[in-house]
Ligand binder design. Sequence first.
Ligand SMILES: [Zn+2]
Length: 110
Amino acid sequence: MSDRIPCINPRCRRTAARDKFPDSKEIICGKCFRALPLAFRQEHRHCWREINKWEKRILRAADPLKAQRMRAICNRWDERLNAGWVEMRKAIMQPEKPVGLDSFLEEMRL
Ligand SMILES: [Zn+2]
């Protein structure tokens, strides 16, 4: 396994250090991320904000039942983040074909 993780844009040669992203198979570099439509970036940041918020709450939760319920919510945000990642990759692979992000967000509405 390489110690560098490639950017999801095959036309981009950038990589990231594996030790910074131990759980990731791929990353998106800052340059490619900024090139994406704003809606993708907002969705991505929004999911991360929610995941971080719930992770913190779970750590602080004294009641294991509550923690379990919060974990389920957090997992849904995680799934939504991953689904968004797939859409971002599609948008990067086929830049000439605009991806219907609106309908995608509609489907994923929590
Ligand atoms: Zn890139």
